[in-house]
Design a protein around this ligand. Structure first.
Ligand code: SF4
Length: 56
């Protein structure tokens, strides 16, 4: 299980600093979560202004 960022992402970067394992990076104008690195802590989801982050 890992969290995923949807197309609602506006690339604001708010989530990136919240991730304790640095799983979030920028790619092609969006933020993406590396599923192998994510530990599903959920820290990133509440800070997203467009509610683009959810568990998959
Ligand atoms: Fe990082 Fe936690 Fe979000 Fe996974 S759920 S990307 S570990 S902040």
């Amino acid at each position: 299980m890992a969290y995923k960022i949807s197309d609602a992402c506006v690339n604001c970067g708010a989530c990136e600093g919240e991730c304790p394992v640095n799983a979030i990076s920028e790619k092609d104008g969006k933020r993406v979560i590396d599923a192998d690195t994510c530990v599903s802590c959920g820290s990133c989801a509440p800070v997203c202004p467009t509610e683009a982050i959810s568990e998959e």
